[in-house]
Structure formats: structure tokens, C-alpha cells
Design a protein. Structure first.
Length: 544
């Protein structure tokens, strides 16, 4: 549906250009029209934002930290009325398409995950004008409890807490990673800093280095990594052997994440609270690829088995499924992999696969019907329950946005309305409120466009009073619009000048001073011609 929205508003300017046939794909973000303008260049970090700064609908609370491509802040989402974390990236005149694509891909990867009990929720991605540049903002759940790194540092000398609560937190991490792998995504940067505590629950975050499993393939021309794919993604202390020297990108798969999980579990249980290996990059490359991790003292047999198997140098010797890690952690003894019973095929597999395909294509109504069918046949199917909850959550988020659009129809500017409309369309394209709200907003957009065009035509014809009336109507349709405000101010200035000079000309005529009247009239003509040319030049620049 978002594609229809954008095509109906060709002159208004779109909050996003996701590319043809996609609600949130990985095409480059571009401006279109007078509202948004995305220039291209080299990426640079987002500007520093101080407390109480208003960034679109977000009120900044504090700076949290710096990510690989942007700054992260705690903020208040005034539309949803709750606290969030936002990742901010500058994509304005000095930005780049690559930076925008990275943030879009990060959101796309989060959206693929259906079970968010242990995966951070990401809400929306949009562009905000900011002091002559454009900022791309990704909003997500706020981690009120910090991250696992802070938790470990605070309990460096408390081995008992790390052996009890630490193990439970690791299990939550595994459930999150299992959900990510189930969505066809590999994380590639699992480390304590990326495990966040949200209301006491551990959630996996930061997909900035993640990839679709199917996208980890060699370049068809030369079998090598492309320029945009870092051949060594991740954090060296937590990287698998194949991270360092994989001959092909498709050698990095879910088992690479399993190795990183083994490093994290080792660090949690290490009496000194550190991962198995340390040093510079070259030393870490050698140790991870050639040297076995030192054994840990006072570790249960099943836990030691899990660590050793996760940290196997050859990926074929590691766990294939993260769920098997959980099984072995919860079992006092561990059977060899070959002895594991093979589960009977699930009769609901075909319906489940269909539901996943429907979600991937944004057909949430069809996916929801399939979930209901699966749950009627198998009420304890947790996958179907989680998908149903996720779809219903998207529905309610979209409903909230449509209600906000409806309530703010007469007070909010078109920029804000179109941004929320595009976001609601991405969340739930088939929402029953979509069509009516879309028609209302696009009709208002057409009225705005017509008023602006009539204003420009009247100004070029020298009819500035009519032009002012048109621009005032356009501003009523889009309060605070970045295109109409300077045009309306210019028209008001010209009309006031003409009225003032007309009085002086009339006074000169009444006094019989013909020469002064003519001089004043010529002055008015010159000034008005200059203003008309300036407005025409600006409007041509916006159209181009």
C-alpha cells in the first residue's frame, strides 16, 4: 500500500523511497519534492544532540553510546507516549546512500524476526530535517537495565551470581539467537555489549553487521566478497575461526554465531571474568584458529561439554541448532549428537511455511488465518502463537498511528501525516483503516499542491494579493510546511510593500507631482520584478 501512497503524492515529497514493490526494502533513500532532499556524499557521524532536543516526534533524554554507523540516544516518543532508544545517522549533504542502506537493512532484518521475547523490538525508521541536513532515525525498545557487559563488570568477583543468574541470562540469549536464526538471519557480532536488559529480560540487539543467510554468497563474477561486505565482520575477541580466514562469505553461517555464544558463556563462567583469548588482532587470529581454549575450573560436565562443542575450530563439529545448546545446558548429561532422537515431521509444517511466506510478503491477514488454522489443529504450537502475537502487535501499532493521523488531520502538517501514513502502511498494509485515511490525506495533499501551484502562477503574473491568498490556503492545509512558509512570507512582504507604495503614489498624484508618482511606480515595478524572478527561480529549483 505504501507504493500507492507515494504515487498519489508526486509533488509533496515522500518520507521514504523504499524502491518498487517493497514496503521496506533496501533501496537507497532519496528525497522527492520540496519537503525532503537527500544529497549524496561520504558518510559522517550524526551531530551531538543535547538533553530536551526535539528531533521530530522524539524528545532526547541522554546520549547512550556510539554504534558502528550512528549515535544512540534515550528519548521519549511523543506519538506513542513511551520511552525508546533511537539510532541517529546523518544522511544529509555529507551522507551517503550506503549509510542509509545499512540502517534500512538493519530494520529489515529486525522485521523478519517474529519472536521478540528475547530480541530487541524495532519500531520505525524515518527521516527528520535537522539544521540544514537530514537525519535518519531508527527507534527501538529502550534497555532500562543496561547490557550484559555492565552486568558482568558489576559481578566480576561474584562467581556465584555468574554461575546461577549468568547461566539463566545466557539461556535467554540463546533463545533470542534461535529466533534470529529461525528468521534466516545470522548476527555475526554476538558479544556482551549487544545483549540488553529490558525490564529484567535479556534481548539480543544490534543487527548492523547481520546478514540474510541467503545473501552470504560469493560474488558471481569472481567468487570474492563485494566491496560492501566486510570480509571480517564482528569483534575479534568473539569471532569464530572462519570469521578471520573464510575463503568465501557463505562459510559464515549460524555456526559462526554458535562459536561466539561459546565465547560469551566462557566469559560468564571464567573466574577472572574474561573471554578465552586476548591480545591484538593478529594474536587473536592465531589463537582462535589454532589454540584450544584453556579449561575452566569448577564447571559442570554438561556446561563444559557445551563450551567445548561451541568452541570447536571446525564449524562442522559445532552445534547446528542453538536449541540443542539449550537442551544440553538443561540436561545433567549430554548424549552425542548421533544418539539424539529425530523428531517426527510436524503435520503443520506446510501451513507454517506458507504463513512465513505470507509475512515476508506483507500479507498479514493471510498469515493470521494460517496461524489460527495451525492453532486449531495444534493449540500448543508456540511458533504459531508467537507469529500471531507479532502480527496482532503490528495491527495495533498501525491502528494507533491511523488514529493519531485522524485526530491530527486539521492541526498536523502534511510532512508529519505522510510520514506516519508510510509507517502505518509498512506495519500493516491491509489494515481496515488504511484506505479511508489514505484517501483523506492524499486529497488534502492534492489541495495543498494545487494551492501552491496557483500561488506561484499568480505571483509570476504579478497578482501578489491572489498569490498570498493561495499560499495562506496552502499553509492552512499544511501548518508549518517547509516549502510554503517562505513563499507565504515573501508574498506577504511584497503585498505590504505594494500597498504602502500605492498610498505614496496616490499622495503624489493628488499633489500634482506627476514625476514623483512615475518614479515611485517604476521603483515598485523593479522591486516586484526582482521578487517575482527570485520566487520563480526558487520554484524551478524545487521542481528540478
Amino acid at each position: 500500500m505504501s507504493q500507492n501512497i507515494l504515487s498519489l503524492t508526486p509533488r509533496i515529497g515522500r518520507p521514504f523511497d523504499w524502491g518498487p514493490g517493497s514496503c521496506n526494502g533496501s533501496q537507497s533513500v532519496r528525497g522527492d519534492g520540496p519537503f525532503l532532499s537527500m544529497a549524496h556524499g561520504h558518510a559522517h557521524r550524526a551531530p551531538s544532540l543535547s538533553r530536551n532536543t526535539q528531533l521530530g516526534r522524539f524528545c532526547i533524554h541522554r546520549h547512550i553510546g556510539s554504534g558502528s554507523i550512528g549515535e544512540v540516544y534515550a528519548a521519549r516518543d511523543t506519538t506513542r507516549a513511551h520511552d525508546v532508544a533511537i539510532k541517529v545517522v546523518d544522511v544529509g549533504p555529507s551522507g551517503s546512500e550506503h549509510t542509509a542502506r545499512e540502517l534500512q537493512q538493519e530494520q529489515d532484518l529486525y522485521d523478519r524476526v517474529q519472536d521478540h521475547r528475547h530480541v530487541l523490538k524495532v519500531y520505525d525508521l524515518h527521516v527528520v530535517p535537522w539544521h540544514g541536513t537530514m537525519l535518519m532515525v531508527l527507534s527501538m525498545e529502550h534497555a532500562d537495565g543496561g547490557d550484559l557487559r555492565q552486568w558482568l563488570l558489576n559481578r566480576r568477583s561474584d562467581i556465584e551470581a555468574r554461575q546461577t543468574r549468568g547461566i539463566e541470562m545466557f539461556k535467554e540469549i540463546c533463545r533470542g539467537v534461535a529466533a534470529i536464526h529461525g528468521a534466516g538471519v545470522v548476527h555475526l557480532d554476538l558479544k556482551p555489549e549487544n545483549f540488553l536488559l529490558v525490564r529484567g529480560v535479556v534481548k539480543v540487539a544490534d543487527f548492523s553487521l547481520s546478514r540474510y543467510l541467503e545473501s552470504l554468497a560469493p560474488n558471481p563474477e569472481n567468487g570474492s566478497f563485494s566491496a560492501d561486505d566486510n570480509p571480517c565482520p564482528g569483534t575479534p575477541a568473539y569471532m569464530s575461526p572462519e570469521h578471520f580466514n573464510a575463503p568465501h562469505p557463505d562459510d559464515l553461517d549460524a555456526r559462526s554465531d554458535v562459536y561466539s555464544l561459546g565465547v560469551v558463556l566462557y566469559e560468564i563462567l571464567n573466574p577472572k571474568g574474561r573471554p578465552p583469548f586476548g591480545g591484538n588482532f593478529e594474536r587473536l587470529r592465531y589463537l582462535h584458529t589454532q589454540v584450544a581454549a584453556p579449561p575452566l575450573p569448577d564447571v559442570a560436565r554438561n556446561v563444559a561439554h557445551v563450551i567445548n562443542r561451541c568452541l570447536a575450530k571446525h564449524s562442522a563439529q559445532r552445534y547446528v541448532r542453538v536449541a540443542d545448546i539449550l537442551d544440553d545446558l538443561e540436561s545433567p548429561t549430554c548424549r552425542p549428537q548421533a544418539d539424539r532422537p529425530v523428531a517426527n515431521p510436524d503435520p503443520q509444517d506446510e501451513s507454517w511455511d506458507q504463513a512465513c511466506r505470507m509475512v515476508e510478503h506483507g500479507r498479514f491477514d493471510d498469515a493470521l488465518r494460517l496461524c489460527h488454522h495451525i492453532l486449531e489443529e495444534c493449540p500448543n504450537n508456540t511458533d504459531a502463537k508467537h507469529m500471531q502475537e507479532a502480527i496482532e502487535d503490528r495491527f495495533h501499532q498501525a491502528e494507533c498511528l491511523y488514529r493519531t493521523i485522524k485526530d491530527g488531520m486539521n492541526e498536523s502538517g502534511l510532512e508529519e501525516l505522510l510520514g506516519m501514513l508510510a509507517e502505518a502502511a509498512r506495519l500493516y498494509p491491509e489494515h481496515p483503516s488504511a484506505r479511508l485515511i489514505q484517501v483523506q490525506v492524499t486529497f488534502r495533499a492534492r489541495l495543498y499542491r494545487d494551492a501552491m501551484q496557483q500561488g506561484l502562477v499568480n505571483a509570476e503574473d504579478g497578482n501578489w494579493e491572489k498569490a498570498l491568498s493561495c499560499f495562506e490556503e496552502a499553509e492552512r492545509l499544511s501548518p508549518g510546511g517547509t516549502a510554503v512558509m517562505p513563499a507565504r512570507r515573501q508574498a506577504a512582504k511584497v503585498v505590504e510593500f505594494i500597498r504602502r507604495e500605492r498610498v505614496r503614489i496616490d499622495q503624489a498624484v493628488a499633489a500634482g507631482d506627476r514625476d514623483r508618482a512615475l518614479a515611485l511606480a517604476r521603483r515598485v515595478d523593479r522591486r516586484v520584478a526582482q521578487w517575482t524572478a527570485a520566487l520563480r527561480s526558487r520554484s524551478v529549483g524545487e521542481r528540478s
